[in-house]
Write a protein that binds this ligand. Sequence first.
Ligand code: FPP
Length: 238
Amino acid sequence: MKALHHLAVIMDGNGRWAERRGLPRWRGHERGLGAVRRLCEAACRLQIPCVSLFAFSSENWKRPETEVRFLFRLFRRYLGAEREYLLARGIRVSAFGRRDRLPRPVLEALERTEAETRECGRLHLRIALDYGARYEIASAARELAGAAARGELDPGEITEERVSRVLGHDAAPDPDLVIRTAGERRLSNFLLWQAAYSELYFSPTLWPDFGDSDLDAALADYGRRTRKFGALPLPEAR
Ligand code: FPP
């Protein structure tokens, strides 16, 4: 398999999955947990060391309050119900995004899981919660500008590497592959800086149905890509 150090996934289509069955939207979100478990299993099996999931965007606050409340209850339930599984499989969980607006019980459950799984080394599961890439980039700019204003940083030293370091609080590599499910073809404010050279794959499958064969198709497609990073292909990739 072509090297895949970090797989990022925009889990889309939960609402459509439910609506097509005449079910309330929350049933699609609930069903989406099964797809999260399947992806974790596959990542462990395929030795993909890092997976990022877009679970709640900064824009998702605009959804009806009942849906937002349900989603946060679901995240909390996930963290509690999956505790044993995560520890048994050696899966480290961490979240990225804003923490100041998360409901307190969710934040507490998250911090507990992060602490309990910190030493797990088989898979790093990163969950984007209240995440928006533009906000993240603006925050990094603010942090660097503050350091410069205090005389702690020469503005000439603000390089791409330094910005990446400020953005990447948990030192995850940039994603090699970003998969978006449910047919939409956009990044929707997900990892805009980090995905500059990521390969993009759009799957028609709705997230609750996303399984091993969909992942295999994405990985096979990724395997056929030539990654050049703006240069010429490496001799072995030509
Ligand atoms: C997008 O589908 C999905 C979400 C906003 C929520 C994703 C959450 C989960 C899969 C549940 C739990 C996840 C973790 C990591 C514990 P949509 O509602 O926008 O679907 P639609 O476009 O069909 O309406």
